[in-house]
Design a protein around this ligand. Structure first.
Ligand code: GAL
Length: 428
Protein backbone atom coordinates (compact mmCIF):
# COMPACT_ATOMS: atom_id res chain seq x y z
CA UNK A 1 0.00 0.00 0.00
CA UNK A 2 2.77 2.39 0.96
CA UNK A 3 4.52 1.70 -2.33
CA UNK A 4 1.29 2.45 -4.21
CA UNK A 5 0.88 5.73 -2.34
CA UNK A 6 4.35 6.92 -3.20
CA UNK A 7 3.83 6.04 -6.85
CA UNK A 8 0.64 8.06 -6.78
CA UNK A 9 2.34 11.07 -5.23
CA UNK A 10 4.94 10.87 -7.98
CA UNK A 11 2.22 10.76 -10.56
CA UNK A 12 0.56 13.86 -9.18
CA UNK A 13 3.86 15.73 -9.22
CA UNK A 14 4.37 14.90 -12.88
CA UNK A 15 0.77 15.84 -13.60
CA UNK A 16 1.22 19.24 -12.02
CA UNK A 17 4.50 19.76 -13.86
CA UNK A 18 2.94 18.84 -17.20
CA UNK A 19 -0.06 21.03 -16.56
CA UNK A 20 2.35 23.89 -15.91
CA UNK A 21 4.18 23.23 -19.21
CA UNK A 22 0.95 22.99 -21.13
CA UNK A 23 0.01 26.47 -19.94
CA UNK A 24 -2.42 27.54 -22.60
CA UNK A 25 -4.10 24.15 -23.10
CA UNK A 26 -7.65 25.20 -23.80
CA UNK A 27 -10.16 23.10 -21.94
CA UNK A 28 -7.66 21.54 -19.57
CA UNK A 29 -9.26 21.80 -16.18
CA UNK A 30 -7.21 19.02 -14.69
CA UNK A 31 -6.83 19.36 -10.96
CA UNK A 32 -5.99 15.71 -10.49
CA UNK A 33 -5.76 14.74 -6.88
CA UNK A 34 -5.08 11.04 -6.88
CA UNK A 35 -5.81 10.79 -3.17
CA UNK A 36 -9.52 11.34 -3.73
CA UNK A 37 -11.16 8.10 -4.78
CA UNK A 38 -14.31 9.87 -5.92
CA UNK A 39 -12.99 11.40 -9.07
CA UNK A 40 -12.16 10.37 -12.60
CA UNK A 41 -9.70 12.21 -14.82
CA UNK A 42 -10.84 11.87 -18.43
CA UNK A 43 -8.42 12.70 -21.25
CA UNK A 44 -9.86 13.68 -24.67
CA UNK A 45 -9.36 16.29 -27.37
CA UNK A 46 -12.98 17.44 -27.16
CA UNK A 47 -11.97 20.74 -25.64
CA UNK A 48 -14.15 23.34 -27.29
CA UNK A 49 -17.06 24.18 -29.59
CA UNK A 50 -19.40 21.43 -30.76
CA UNK A 51 -17.05 18.69 -29.56
CA UNK A 52 -17.13 20.03 -26.01
CA UNK A 53 -20.93 20.09 -26.24
CA UNK A 54 -20.79 16.36 -27.03
CA UNK A 55 -18.51 15.68 -24.07
CA UNK A 56 -20.73 17.79 -21.81
CA UNK A 57 -23.75 15.68 -22.79
CA UNK A 58 -21.87 12.56 -21.72
CA UNK A 59 -20.73 14.18 -18.49
CA UNK A 60 -24.33 15.07 -17.69
CA UNK A 61 -25.40 11.42 -17.93
CA UNK A 62 -22.36 10.41 -15.86
CA UNK A 63 -23.37 12.89 -13.16
CA UNK A 64 -26.86 11.37 -13.06
CA UNK A 65 -25.56 7.81 -12.92
CA UNK A 66 -22.65 8.51 -10.53
CA UNK A 67 -23.47 11.66 -8.57
CA UNK A 68 -20.66 11.08 -6.07
CA UNK A 69 -17.84 11.00 -8.59
CA UNK A 70 -16.22 14.21 -9.72
CA UNK A 71 -15.46 14.46 -13.44
CA UNK A 72 -12.00 15.99 -14.01
CA UNK A 73 -11.62 17.29 -17.53
CA UNK A 74 -8.12 16.75 -18.95
CA UNK A 75 -8.99 17.68 -22.54
CA UNK A 76 -6.19 18.97 -24.76
CA UNK A 77 -7.40 21.12 -27.67
CA UNK A 78 -6.66 20.31 -31.32
CA UNK A 79 -8.85 18.42 -33.80
CA UNK A 80 -8.23 14.71 -34.35
CA UNK A 81 -5.94 14.68 -31.32
CA UNK A 82 -3.32 16.71 -33.19
CA UNK A 83 -1.90 17.95 -29.86
CA UNK A 84 -3.51 15.51 -27.47
CA UNK A 85 -1.76 12.40 -28.72
CA UNK A 86 1.71 13.84 -28.06
CA UNK A 87 0.64 15.16 -24.64
CA UNK A 88 -0.77 11.76 -23.78
CA UNK A 89 2.39 10.00 -24.95
CA UNK A 90 4.43 12.16 -22.53
CA UNK A 91 2.12 11.33 -19.67
CA UNK A 92 2.20 7.61 -20.39
CA UNK A 93 5.96 7.74 -20.78
CA UNK A 94 6.20 9.42 -17.37
CA UNK A 95 3.93 6.76 -15.78
CA UNK A 96 1.35 9.43 -15.17
CA UNK A 97 -1.72 8.11 -16.98
CA UNK A 98 -5.12 9.72 -16.69
CA UNK A 99 -7.87 7.44 -15.36
CA UNK A 100 -9.14 6.94 -18.91
CA UNK A 101 -8.24 8.32 -22.32
CA UNK A 102 -9.83 8.61 -25.75
CA UNK A 103 -8.33 6.35 -28.40
CA UNK A 104 -9.41 5.42 -31.91
CA UNK A 105 -10.51 1.87 -32.56
CA UNK A 106 -8.16 -0.04 -34.85
CA UNK A 107 -4.44 0.41 -35.44
CA UNK A 108 -4.08 3.35 -33.05
CA UNK A 109 -5.49 1.34 -30.15
CA UNK A 110 -3.20 -1.56 -31.07
CA UNK A 111 -0.23 0.79 -30.60
CA UNK A 112 -1.14 1.38 -26.96
CA UNK A 113 -1.81 -2.32 -26.44
CA UNK A 114 1.55 -3.30 -27.93
CA UNK A 115 3.24 -0.83 -25.56
CA UNK A 116 1.49 -2.55 -22.58
CA UNK A 117 -0.23 0.71 -21.68
CA UNK A 118 -3.78 -0.65 -21.49
CA UNK A 119 -5.60 -3.05 -19.22
CA UNK A 120 -7.62 -5.93 -20.62
CA UNK A 121 -11.34 -5.12 -20.37
CA UNK A 122 -12.66 -8.56 -21.38
CA UNK A 123 -13.98 -9.26 -17.85
CA UNK A 124 -15.66 -5.83 -17.82
CA UNK A 125 -17.37 -6.74 -21.12
CA UNK A 126 -18.55 -10.05 -19.66
CA UNK A 127 -19.80 -8.50 -16.42
CA UNK A 128 -21.78 -5.86 -18.30
CA UNK A 129 -22.98 -8.06 -21.14
CA UNK A 130 -21.29 -5.81 -23.70
CA UNK A 131 -20.02 -8.38 -26.17
CA UNK A 132 -23.42 -8.58 -27.83
CA UNK A 133 -24.33 -4.90 -27.89
CA UNK A 134 -21.54 -3.67 -30.18
CA UNK A 135 -21.15 -4.71 -33.84
CA UNK A 136 -18.69 -7.50 -34.51
CA UNK A 137 -16.66 -5.40 -36.97
CA UNK A 138 -16.10 -2.87 -34.19
CA UNK A 139 -15.29 -5.41 -31.48
CA UNK A 140 -12.64 -6.83 -33.84
CA UNK A 141 -10.98 -3.42 -33.96
CA UNK A 142 -10.88 -3.27 -30.15
CA UNK A 143 -9.48 -6.76 -29.72
CA UNK A 144 -5.91 -8.06 -29.72
CA UNK A 145 -5.08 -11.72 -29.06
CA UNK A 146 -8.65 -12.37 -27.97
CA UNK A 147 -8.70 -9.59 -25.36
CA UNK A 148 -10.88 -6.46 -25.63
CA UNK A 149 -9.17 -3.23 -24.59
CA UNK A 150 -11.59 -0.33 -24.82
CA UNK A 151 -15.21 0.75 -24.78
CA UNK A 152 -16.53 2.58 -27.87
CA UNK A 153 -18.59 5.72 -27.44
CA UNK A 154 -19.55 6.31 -31.06
CA UNK A 155 -18.93 5.67 -34.74
CA UNK A 156 -18.04 8.49 -37.12
CA UNK A 157 -17.97 8.56 -40.91
CA UNK A 158 -15.03 10.30 -42.59
CA UNK A 159 -15.99 10.32 -46.30
CA UNK A 160 -18.65 12.99 -46.09
CA UNK A 161 -18.93 16.04 -48.36
CA UNK A 162 -20.78 18.89 -46.67
CA UNK A 163 -22.56 21.12 -49.14
CA UNK A 164 -23.87 24.66 -48.71
CA UNK A 165 -27.09 24.45 -50.73
CA UNK A 166 -27.64 28.14 -51.48
CA UNK A 167 -24.04 28.67 -52.62
CA UNK A 168 -24.50 25.88 -55.17
CA UNK A 169 -28.00 26.98 -56.15
CA UNK A 170 -26.71 30.45 -56.97
CA UNK A 171 -24.13 28.96 -59.35
CA UNK A 172 -26.76 26.78 -61.05
CA UNK A 173 -25.47 23.53 -59.52
CA UNK A 174 -28.01 21.11 -58.03
CA UNK A 175 -26.81 20.63 -54.42
CA UNK A 176 -28.74 17.40 -54.00
CA UNK A 177 -26.96 15.62 -56.83
CA UNK A 178 -23.57 14.13 -55.98
CA UNK A 179 -21.10 14.25 -58.88
CA UNK A 180 -20.34 10.71 -60.08
CA UNK A 181 -16.60 10.86 -59.61
CA UNK A 182 -13.61 13.12 -58.93
CA UNK A 183 -13.50 14.54 -62.47
CA UNK A 184 -17.18 15.48 -62.37
CA UNK A 185 -16.70 17.11 -58.96
CA UNK A 186 -13.68 19.07 -60.15
CA UNK A 187 -15.79 20.33 -63.07
CA UNK A 188 -18.40 21.61 -60.57
CA UNK A 189 -15.69 23.21 -58.43
CA UNK A 190 -14.52 25.07 -61.55
CA UNK A 191 -18.08 26.14 -62.29
CA UNK A 192 -18.42 27.47 -58.76
CA UNK A 193 -15.15 29.34 -59.06
CA UNK A 194 -16.17 30.81 -62.41
CA UNK A 195 -19.39 32.03 -60.80
CA UNK A 196 -17.33 34.13 -58.38
CA UNK A 197 -16.82 31.86 -55.34
CA UNK A 198 -13.15 32.47 -54.67
CA UNK A 199 -12.48 29.28 -52.66
CA UNK A 200 -15.17 26.72 -53.43
CA UNK A 201 -13.63 23.99 -51.24
CA UNK A 202 -13.00 24.76 -47.56
CA UNK A 203 -9.89 23.09 -46.15
CA UNK A 204 -7.88 23.23 -42.93
CA UNK A 205 -4.68 22.13 -41.27
CA UNK A 206 -2.49 19.07 -42.01
CA UNK A 207 -4.73 16.31 -40.65
CA UNK A 208 -7.72 17.65 -42.58
CA UNK A 209 -5.57 17.58 -45.74
CA UNK A 210 -4.67 13.96 -44.99
CA UNK A 211 -8.36 13.18 -44.51
CA UNK A 212 -9.17 14.77 -47.87
CA UNK A 213 -6.41 12.75 -49.55
CA UNK A 214 -7.67 9.56 -47.89
CA UNK A 215 -11.12 10.06 -49.39
CA UNK A 216 -9.64 10.77 -52.84
CA UNK A 217 -7.63 7.54 -52.57
CA UNK A 218 -10.85 5.75 -51.66
CA UNK A 219 -12.60 7.30 -54.64
CA UNK A 220 -9.90 6.40 -57.16
CA UNK A 221 -8.86 3.00 -55.79
CA UNK A 222 -12.25 1.71 -54.62
CA UNK A 223 -12.80 0.07 -51.23
CA UNK A 224 -10.66 -2.98 -51.94
CA UNK A 225 -7.78 -1.06 -53.48
CA UNK A 226 -7.84 1.47 -50.63
CA UNK A 227 -7.85 -1.26 -47.97
CA UNK A 228 -4.94 -2.90 -49.79
CA UNK A 229 -2.80 0.16 -49.00
CA UNK A 230 -2.73 -0.98 -45.37
CA UNK A 231 -1.79 -4.61 -45.93
CA UNK A 232 0.67 -4.16 -48.79
CA UNK A 233 -1.56 -5.52 -51.55
CA UNK A 234 -1.95 -2.07 -53.16
CA UNK A 235 1.34 -0.38 -54.01
CA UNK A 236 1.78 3.24 -53.05
CA UNK A 237 3.33 3.99 -56.46
CA UNK A 238 0.56 2.25 -58.43
CA UNK A 239 -1.31 4.08 -61.18
CA UNK A 240 -4.38 4.38 -58.96
CA UNK A 241 -2.42 6.25 -56.27
CA UNK A 242 -0.86 8.48 -58.95
CA UNK A 243 -4.33 9.34 -60.27
CA UNK A 244 -5.48 10.13 -56.72
CA UNK A 245 -2.48 12.39 -56.10
CA UNK A 246 -3.23 14.18 -59.36
CA UNK A 247 -6.89 14.68 -58.36
CA UNK A 248 -5.84 15.80 -54.87
CA UNK A 249 -3.46 18.32 -56.42
CA UNK A 250 -6.28 19.69 -58.59
CA UNK A 251 -8.53 19.99 -55.52
CA UNK A 252 -5.91 22.12 -53.78
CA UNK A 253 -6.41 24.63 -56.60
CA UNK A 254 -9.89 25.38 -55.20
CA UNK A 255 -9.19 25.82 -51.47
CA UNK A 256 -8.98 28.85 -49.19
CA UNK A 257 -5.47 30.31 -49.14
CA UNK A 258 -5.22 30.31 -45.32
CA UNK A 259 -5.95 26.59 -45.00
CA UNK A 260 -2.71 25.53 -43.31
CA UNK A 261 -3.57 27.55 -40.19
CA UNK A 262 -7.17 26.43 -39.67
CA UNK A 263 -8.44 23.60 -37.49
CA UNK A 264 -11.47 21.68 -38.82
CA UNK A 265 -14.05 23.85 -37.08
CA UNK A 266 -12.69 27.06 -38.62
CA UNK A 267 -12.61 25.41 -42.06
CA UNK A 268 -16.18 24.12 -41.71
CA UNK A 269 -17.23 27.58 -40.54
CA UNK A 270 -16.23 28.96 -43.97
CA UNK A 271 -18.90 26.70 -45.45
CA UNK A 272 -21.45 27.55 -42.76
CA UNK A 273 -20.87 31.24 -43.50
CA UNK A 274 -21.56 30.68 -47.20
CA UNK A 275 -18.02 31.43 -48.36
CA UNK A 276 -17.43 27.99 -49.87
CA UNK A 277 -19.60 25.36 -51.54
CA UNK A 278 -18.04 22.21 -50.08
CA UNK A 279 -16.03 20.83 -47.18
CA UNK A 280 -14.88 17.24 -46.77
CA UNK A 281 -15.06 16.46 -43.07
CA UNK A 282 -16.06 13.70 -40.70
CA UNK A 283 -19.57 13.86 -39.37
CA UNK A 284 -18.62 15.68 -36.17
CA UNK A 285 -19.26 18.62 -38.57
CA UNK A 286 -22.98 17.83 -38.27
CA UNK A 287 -22.90 19.16 -34.70
CA UNK A 288 -21.38 22.44 -35.92
CA UNK A 289 -24.14 22.90 -38.54
CA UNK A 290 -26.83 22.16 -35.98
CA UNK A 291 -25.33 24.59 -33.49
CA UNK A 292 -25.19 27.27 -36.19
CA UNK A 293 -28.96 26.83 -36.52
CA UNK A 294 -28.87 25.43 -40.07
CA UNK A 295 -31.36 22.84 -41.31
CA UNK A 296 -30.35 19.61 -43.02
CA UNK A 297 -31.58 19.27 -46.61
CA UNK A 298 -32.58 22.94 -46.66
CA UNK A 299 -29.52 25.02 -45.82
CA UNK A 300 -26.97 22.25 -46.23
CA UNK A 301 -26.81 18.68 -47.34
CA UNK A 302 -24.29 15.84 -47.54
CA UNK A 303 -23.22 13.13 -49.89
CA UNK A 304 -20.38 10.63 -49.80
CA UNK A 305 -17.20 12.07 -51.34
CA UNK A 306 -17.69 11.65 -55.12
CA UNK A 307 -16.76 8.15 -56.21
CA UNK A 308 -17.20 6.68 -52.69
CA UNK A 309 -20.93 5.97 -52.78
CA UNK A 310 -21.61 2.66 -51.04
CA UNK A 311 -18.54 2.89 -48.82
CA UNK A 312 -18.46 3.93 -45.15
CA UNK A 313 -15.04 5.33 -44.21
CA UNK A 314 -15.12 4.28 -40.58
CA UNK A 315 -13.64 5.51 -37.32
CA UNK A 316 -14.71 5.13 -33.72
CA UNK A 317 -13.76 6.83 -30.50
CA UNK A 318 -13.30 4.59 -27.53
CA UNK A 319 -12.22 4.90 -23.92
CA UNK A 320 -9.53 2.88 -22.20
CA UNK A 321 -8.41 1.79 -18.77
CA UNK A 322 -4.69 2.61 -18.72
CA UNK A 323 -2.21 0.51 -16.75
CA UNK A 324 -1.70 2.38 -13.47
CA UNK A 325 -4.90 4.44 -13.71
CA UNK A 326 -5.06 6.20 -10.31
CA UNK A 327 -8.84 5.78 -9.90
CA UNK A 328 -9.61 2.46 -11.47
CA UNK A 329 -13.06 1.97 -9.96
CA UNK A 330 -14.21 5.44 -11.03
CA UNK A 331 -12.75 4.87 -14.48
CA UNK A 332 -14.85 1.72 -14.80
CA UNK A 333 -17.89 3.77 -13.79
CA UNK A 334 -17.07 6.19 -16.64
CA UNK A 335 -16.78 3.25 -19.03
CA UNK A 336 -20.14 1.97 -17.78
CA UNK A 337 -21.79 5.31 -18.58
CA UNK A 338 -20.20 5.32 -22.03
CA UNK A 339 -21.41 1.84 -22.79
CA UNK A 340 -24.96 2.48 -21.53
CA UNK A 341 -27.78 3.07 -24.00
CA UNK A 342 -28.51 6.37 -22.24
CA UNK A 343 -24.91 7.62 -22.41
CA UNK A 344 -24.57 6.66 -26.07
CA UNK A 345 -27.79 8.38 -27.01
CA UNK A 346 -27.02 11.65 -25.22
CA UNK A 347 -23.50 11.77 -26.63
CA UNK A 348 -24.24 10.83 -30.22
CA UNK A 349 -27.24 13.11 -30.57
CA UNK A 350 -24.95 15.99 -29.61
CA UNK A 351 -21.85 14.85 -31.51
CA UNK A 352 -23.20 14.07 -35.00
CA UNK A 353 -21.99 10.48 -34.77
CA UNK A 354 -23.99 7.28 -34.53
CA UNK A 355 -24.11 5.04 -31.48
CA UNK A 356 -21.76 2.11 -31.35
CA UNK A 357 -24.52 0.06 -29.72
CA UNK A 358 -26.66 -1.89 -32.15
CA UNK A 359 -29.83 -1.77 -30.03
CA UNK A 360 -30.58 1.70 -31.34
CA UNK A 361 -33.80 3.09 -32.73
CA UNK A 362 -32.69 5.03 -35.84
CA UNK A 363 -35.91 7.05 -35.84
CA UNK A 364 -34.76 8.78 -32.65
CA UNK A 365 -31.88 10.35 -34.60
CA UNK A 366 -31.95 13.38 -36.92
CA UNK A 367 -31.91 13.09 -40.72
CA UNK A 368 -28.15 13.18 -41.22
CA UNK A 369 -27.44 10.48 -38.62
CA UNK A 370 -30.13 8.31 -40.21
CA UNK A 371 -28.13 8.33 -43.45
CA UNK A 372 -25.01 7.27 -41.51
CA UNK A 373 -26.83 4.53 -39.58
CA UNK A 374 -28.12 3.08 -42.82
CA UNK A 375 -24.77 3.38 -44.61
CA UNK A 376 -22.88 1.72 -41.74
CA UNK A 377 -25.38 -1.15 -41.74
CA UNK A 378 -25.45 -1.71 -45.50
CA UNK A 379 -22.28 -0.39 -47.14
CA UNK A 380 -18.70 -1.63 -47.37
CA UNK A 381 -16.82 -0.47 -44.29
CA UNK A 382 -13.20 0.68 -44.63
CA UNK A 383 -10.82 2.12 -42.03
CA UNK A 384 -9.99 5.81 -41.81
CA UNK A 385 -6.35 6.83 -42.05
CA UNK A 386 -6.58 10.29 -40.49
CA UNK A 387 -8.46 8.92 -37.47
CA UNK A 388 -6.39 6.02 -36.32
CA UNK A 389 -8.34 3.10 -37.74
CA UNK A 390 -6.12 2.13 -40.69
CA UNK A 391 -2.52 2.78 -39.69
CA UNK A 392 -0.47 2.99 -36.49
CA UNK A 393 0.32 6.47 -35.14
CA UNK A 394 3.91 6.55 -36.49
CA UNK A 395 2.88 5.61 -40.04
CA UNK A 396 0.04 8.08 -40.19
CA UNK A 397 2.35 10.80 -38.79
CA UNK A 398 4.78 10.14 -41.67
CA UNK A 399 1.96 10.34 -44.22
CA UNK A 400 0.66 13.50 -42.59
CA UNK A 401 4.06 15.25 -42.87
CA UNK A 402 4.37 14.22 -46.52
CA UNK A 403 0.90 15.58 -47.26
CA UNK A 404 1.66 18.81 -45.39
CA UNK A 405 4.86 19.28 -47.41
CA UNK A 406 2.95 18.69 -50.65
CA UNK A 407 0.76 21.66 -49.72
CA UNK A 408 3.73 23.95 -50.17
CA UNK A 409 5.86 22.29 -52.90
CA UNK A 410 3.06 20.63 -54.97
CA UNK A 411 5.64 18.05 -56.04
CA UNK A 412 3.65 14.89 -56.89
CA UNK A 413 6.71 12.71 -57.49
CA UNK A 414 8.22 13.52 -54.15
CA UNK A 415 4.84 12.97 -52.40
CA UNK A 416 4.61 9.49 -53.94
CA UNK A 417 8.22 8.73 -52.97
CA UNK A 418 7.48 9.82 -49.40
CA UNK A 419 4.30 7.69 -49.31
CA UNK A 420 6.26 4.65 -50.54
CA UNK A 421 9.01 5.30 -47.97
CA UNK A 422 6.45 5.65 -45.17
CA UNK A 423 4.84 2.37 -46.16
CA UNK A 424 8.20 0.57 -46.40
CA UNK A 425 9.18 1.86 -42.98
CA UNK A 426 5.88 0.78 -41.42
CA UNK A 427 5.49 -2.57 -43.16
CA UNK A 428 9.15 -3.54 -43.29
C1 GAL B 1 -11.60 12.57 -34.61
C2 GAL B 1 -12.45 12.08 -33.47
C3 GAL B 1 -13.76 12.76 -33.50
C4 GAL B 1 -13.60 14.26 -33.59
C5 GAL B 1 -12.59 14.66 -34.64
C6 GAL B 1 -12.23 16.12 -34.71
O1 GAL B 1 -10.35 11.98 -34.62
O2 GAL B 1 -12.60 10.70 -33.60
O3 GAL B 1 -14.51 12.40 -32.38
O4 GAL B 1 -13.26 14.70 -32.34
O5 GAL B 1 -11.41 13.95 -34.50
O6 GAL B 1 -11.53 16.53 -33.60
Amino acid sequence: MRKRMSLLVGAVAVSVALAGCAGGNAGSESTSDSGDENQVEVFTWWASGSEKVGLDALVEVFAEQYPDIEFVNAAVAGGAGSNAKAALASRLEADNPPDTFQAHAGAELSDYIAADQLQDLSAFYDENGLTDVFPESLIERLTVDGKIYSVPSNIHRANVTWVNSSVLDKAGIDPTKAPADMDAWIADLQKLKDSGVESPLALGTEWTQMQLLETVLLSDLGAEGYSGLWDGTTKWDSDGVKTAVDHYSQLLGFVNSDYTGLDWDAATQILIDGNAGYNVMGDWAEAAFVQAGLTYDTDYTTWPVPGTEGVFDFLADSFTLPVGAPHEAAAKDWLTTISSAEGQKAFNLAKGSIPARTDTDASEYPAYQQTAISSFANDTVVSSLAHGAAAPIAWSADISSAVGKFGSDKDSDSLIKALVAASDKAQG
